[in-house]
Design a binder for this molecule. Structure first.
Ligand code: G3I
Length: 489
């Protein structure tokens, strides 16, 4: 392809997405054109470091057309029903993994990653569990989370630990269910059990009708995640199911919702996307959802809830990207173009605990002096001439530094998305950890385990520029990575 033709194609893609964004009423984000156009959903999403996934039912394995599409287009797989509570524990404490394994093994053998769905849910409980309550139910739920997450340990990219725990409507509160009646702390108990069982999997809360920022349900979930992050409950991500139709359209503030959750220090993922409709209207809505995700650095991937319309849980609404014959629909093209138009590069997991990346052996070298104020990384692009006052956002990414027996260094990179006039970063460590030294920033201490870091200078950064600061954590035996967030002004 000549450069001229390539540029023309890219320009067409960008303008198609701009039209799509306007159709759903979204602000058009500053799109950074990706390096090369991907010809599949997977390769196009990978250009901005994202995955593109699909839900897969066991029956798909008998259909070579569908498995062919899965192999070609997707790099993340969710079992549609086969890893749910009723499927994996049909009798109490007797686990059945045959159907889940068929999907997980197919995915891994074909180079895909797996989202686990779902460990604890009020729906699709096995009959024996539906009749339980109180302590017996709480213990049975925790046993289920522990056993299933342990069984699949090392094979799961992210678990939907708890699914659909918030009520619809205007209450903004929890949904009544047998699990909720065991006590309000059932969700965090499930997350702690999942973390203990599989420390390498991202742990997500997953729900529907949480797409519109102004809805009470969205606010309820947001407040729970905020509380969990503040108290160190191990949550890494929030899944937005994204089942849309004319009665529940893609909201114009979808990107706002995703960004606000991401700013809490979690990855956000679109986990069950389908949009009823057809033609250019459906295509524009898929493009708008894609673009909202691509405008948020911690929106790390999108999963559609099935492959062909004919296998969808709501087939009559033709809500997917391929028709019943496996042909690509307009919605497919709208999605692919939106992915190829580029966006903010995804930075997954930068502010989450990632125990798989923690040292497998304890470091032995013991420095003779405590690190006092020596930076290991200089700010990389602190502009000498501050850019004009901006309205951009920032992201904070944590990276490991040196490690010793009793402490480790961490570096936080602040990246401006749009011009910003300053930034504030919050670092939260886990008990018994303590921050004992910092450099390249001015810290304050809202509480013993929370540090608020501000820049030494003005903190102004132009779009794409970065600054860094560092700190030393005395870990007291807890090697969990700190959580870091950033807010811009
Ligand atoms: O496999 C049996 C079949 O043997 C039986 O004859 C038939 C009779 O009803 O039922 C079949 O099972 C159905 C199963 O899907 C497999 O097709 C269940 O009845 C049906 O309830 C089940 O629906 C699933 C639904 O979750 C249950 O809540 C859908 O496939 C699945 O797409 C849907 O997925 C959920 C997510 O997990 C959570 N978010 C919402 C999403 C859509 O509802």
């Amino acid at each position: 392809m000549t450069i001229t033709r390539h540029r023309r194609r890219r320009a067409r893609a960008v303008s198609a997405v701009a039209v799509a964004a306007m159709a759903v009423g979204m602000a058009v984000p500053l799109a950074l054109p990706a390096a090369a156009a991907g010809s599949t959903l997977e390769s196009a999403a990978a250009e901005t470091n994202r995955y593109y996934g699909a839900a897969m039912a066991g029956s798909y394995l008998n259909n070579s057309q569908v498995t062919g599409i899965l192999q070609r287009e997707f790099d993340m797989i969710t079992a549609e029903n086969e890893m749910k509570m009723d499927a994996t524990e049909p009798s109490q404490n007797q686990f059945s993994y045959t159907n889940g394994d068929r999907i997980v093994n197919w995915a891994l053998q074909n180079g895909k990653q797996v989202r686990g769905h779902a460990l604890a849910w009020h729906s699709q409980q096995p009959g024996w569990m539906q009749n339980m309550s109180g302590t017996n139910l709480r213990n049975a739920m925790l046993n289920h989370v522990t056993k299933v997450a342990t069984y699949y340990k090392g094979k799961i990219y992210a678990w939907d630990v708890v699914n659909e725990a918030y009520a619809d409507g205007n209450s903004g509160g929890r949904r009544d269910s047998n699990l909720q009646r065991t006590g309000n702390d059932w969700i965090e108990a499930a997350f702690r059990a999942a973390r203990a069982a599989d420390p390498g999997a991202k742990l997500c809360y997953n729900d529907y009708n949480t797409d519109n920022w102004s809805h009470a349900k969205t606010q309820g979930v947001y407040n729970m995640v905020k509380d969990f992050k503040a108290r160190g409950v191990p949550i890494d991500c929030v899944g937005f199911q994204a089942h849309f139709n004319s009665g529940n359209p893609v909201p114009s503030n979808y990107d706002v919702t995703l960004r606000n959750f991401a700013d809490l220090g979690v990855d956000v993922q679109i986990t069950e996307l389908d949009i009823e409709g057809s033609g250019s209207s459906q295509s524009q809505q898929f493009a708008g959802v894609t673009q909202a995700c691509l405008s948020v650095a911690r929106c790390t991937g999108i999963t559609v809830w099935g492959v062909r319309d004919s296998e969808s849980w709501r087939a009559s609404g033709t809500p997917l990207l391929f028709d019943g014959s496996g042909n690509k629909k307009a919605a497919y093209t709208g999605t692919l173009n939106a992915l190829n138009a580029g966006g903010v590069r995804a930075t997954p997991g930068g502010t989450t605990t990632q125990p798989t990346q923690q040292p497998t052996t304890q470091p032995t070298s013991q420095p003779t002096t405590q690190p006092t104020s020596q930076p290991t990384t200089q700010p990389t692009a602190n502009p000498t001439t501050p850019p004009p006052t901006g309205s951009g956002t920032c992201t904070a990414t944590y990276s490991e530094g040196e490690k010793w027996n009793d402490r480790f260094n961490g570096v936080v990179t602040i990246r401006a998305n749009g011009n910003i006039s300053s930034w504030t970063s919050t670092v939260t460590v886990r008990s018994p950890q303590r921050i004992i030294a910092t450099w390249s920033g001015s810290p304050t201490w809202p509480s013993a385990n929370v540090m608020t870091m501000r820049p030494n200078g003005s903190g102004a950064l132009a779009n794409g520029q970065t600054a860094s600061f560092g700190f030393t954590v005395q870990h007291g035996g807890n090697w969990t990575w700190p959580t870091v967030t950033c807010s811009a002004s």
